[in-house]
Write a protein that binds this ligand. Structure first.
Ligand code: ADP
Length: 267
């Protein structure tokens, strides 16, 4: 759609029209390659849990005389199917995000309630493991963008902080205002990220060796969704981490000034 629009506009310029077309095709080809890669990865990622569930079901059939084994295999089938459904949910989320551009029709996003929703989503898990999730920072801030996307992004950061933390530790969600932007930092006292892996954790499906932590149910998509949301909002995501001590993920998003301006107008 957009490519054709550009071409039509520069049509009278003759030779430049050709140049624009070449650029457009390069981009199209790159997007197409990324899409093909993604589909290949998705197929691979989906086949693994499906294959495991199939094998476990056969094992249950064979072990029908041994109730303890049946119990064990059934437990693993539940774990695998939970992972499968998280995977499907995140793939759907990612492909939905790719469809729309939040800055086409940005709206004010109230950060306090978005953070509350994101924290609530992991509350049961956190409570169960004695992890306290504390929020702090400037109240009343607003981000400019898409509320659903911002909620998903912050939710993924909080969920990771809880997942990669030891029992009875704490997680801090802090918001901070700048002139044009808002920073949301999520700090944990968890296992941290090895320096050599830090560049890769935002890649789709990339997971650091699952053997190093108890949370084996991850999909490797959470942070790639956060990165996508940051990019489409014109913001960014940074990470600071010390292995064995903890991590801080800082999401920067554009700030909405409407509320402040109104208040200033009133006073
Ligand atoms: P996953 O579903 O595996 O959590 P993510 O894309 O959210 O996928 O994260 C990618 C990898 O980065 C994870 O597998 C984990 O090893 C690492 N990671 C993410 N967040 C944290 C964190 N807060 N502390 C330590 N490691 C983390």
């Amino acid at each position: 759609g957009q490519a054709r629009h550009v071409t039509a506009r520069v049509a009278p310029l003759g030779t430049r029209q050709v140049l624009v077309l070449v650029e457009d095709r390069t981009r199209e080809r790159r997007v197409e390659a990324i899409r093909r890669d993604f589909v290949a990865n998705v197929s691979h990622e989906l086949k693994t849990p499906v294959g495991a569930i199939r094998l476990l079901a056969e094992a249950v059939q064979d072990a029908s005389e041994d109730p303890e084994a049946v119990e064990r295999f059934a437990g693993r089938m539940i774990t695998e199917s939970d992972r499968l459904s998280r995977l499907v949910q995140q793939i759907i989320e990612l492909s939905r995000l790719q469809g729309d551009n939040p800055l086409d029709e940005p709206s004010p996003v109230p950060l306090d309630s978005v953070v509350a929703t994101a924290v609530d989503a992991t509350a049961i898990d956190a409570q169960h493991r004695g992890i306290s999730v504390v929020t702090s920072g400037d109240p009343g801030l607003e981000v400019l963008g898409n509320q659903e996307q911002v909620t998903v992004a912050i939710g993924n950061l909080v969920a990771n902080a809880v997942a990669y933390s030891p029992d009875r530790s704490s997680v801090l969600v802090a918001t901070r205002a700048h002139e044009q932007s808002v920073e949301i930092s999520v700090t944990d006292q968890g296992i941290g990220i090895p320096a050599g892996e830090i560049d890769r954790i935002f890649e789709r499906f990339y997971r650091i060796d699952p053997a190093r932590h108890r949370s084996t149910g991850g999909t490797g998509l959470g942070l790639s969704i956060v990165k996508h949301v940051a990019a489409t909002h014109g913001g960014d995501i940074r990470v600071w981490s010390v292995e064995g001590q903890g991590s801080t993920f800082t999401l920067t998003l554009p700030r909405n000034h409407a509320v402040r301006t109104n208040q200033e107008a009133r006073t």
